[in-house]
Design a protein around this ligand. Structure first.
Ligand code: SF4
Length: 236
């Protein structure tokens, strides 16, 4: 590892050490947000080794790729029925589709944020109810909007609970080294050029040299590319 990486990682805690501390402090009021991307599965595996009854939740937006359900099922076979699924409020979805159609998120950032709020942010709030902390697979390398994210944050948007981002300084190579070493299931869309995998109409493969998050909402500017799940955090 070169000196620059060491410098960046001065205050970085090893993910397993941080997760052990987080679980000791918060379990059972701590939960992992899992969208079945490689990072989430790495963290899920680490947490499961530390505490098999650790809570895990997933948001089924109703627009996920089939390949995401495939990997979710592989997780169920390997770890048991540990993932709790949350769904959007059906009345809110019905109202949105009735008023704006199936693809309103392509018309403007406001419409996209509205769809993300209904399908992701509101269900997230339900998933975090009663929790004192949550865990994510966020990494700085993923996008311009994540370079200031800290390994532990106070999530002001969700009642001031703690948010742990154990892999925040990890590189793509480190994530995949862990996946290979532990023979973890992974989403087959990675083999087709996807680097970030969210909802089917809003994620596409990424070309060499592009930002890792370029495949999300291709029609938007990089500074807008967040769905609202990860905002209002401040590092501690
Ligand atoms: S990613 Fe796209 S389909 Fe999914 S919730 Fe956001 S706007 Fe809607």
């Amino acid at each position: 590892m070169d000196a620059a990486v060491n410098l960046v990682r001065e205050n970085f805690r090893f993910p397993v050490d941080l997760l052990r501390e987080a679980i000791e402090k918060h379990h059972p009021a701590i939960t992992l947000a899992c969208s079945f991307q490689a990072e989430d599965i790495v963290v899920l595996d680490m947490m499961h080794r530390l505490q098999p009854y650790t809570k895990v939740f997933a948001l089924d937006t109703g627009r996920l790729h089939d390949e995401t359900y495939d990997v979710a099922e592989q997780i169920r076979c390997r770890y048991g029925d540990i993932v709790e699924w949350y769904f959007p409020d059906k009345d809110a979805v019905q109202k949105l589709l009735g008023a704006k159609g199936l693809f309103s998120f392509r018309d403007s950032v406001e419409n996209r944020v509205e769809c993300c709020f209904i399908r992701k942010v509101e269900p997230l709030k339900r998933a975090l109810k009663g929790m004192t902390a949550w865990v994510t697979g966020l990494r700085k390398e993923q996008s311009a909007t994540r370079t200031q994210v800290a390994q532990i944050e106070v999530d002001k948007g969700n009642g001031g609970i703690l948010k742990y981002n154990p892999l925040i300084e990890w590189t793509t190579q480190e994530v995949w080294a862990y996946v290979r070493e532990h023979r973890l299931p992974y989403n087959k869309l990675y083999e087709r050029g996807f680097t970030q995998i969210g909802c089917s109409p809003c994620t596409t493969p990424v070309f060499p040299g592009e930002d890792l998050r370029a495949g999300r909402w291709r029609w938007e500017q990089p500074e807008h590319k967040e769905c609202g799940l990860h905002k209002d955090g401040s590092g501690i």
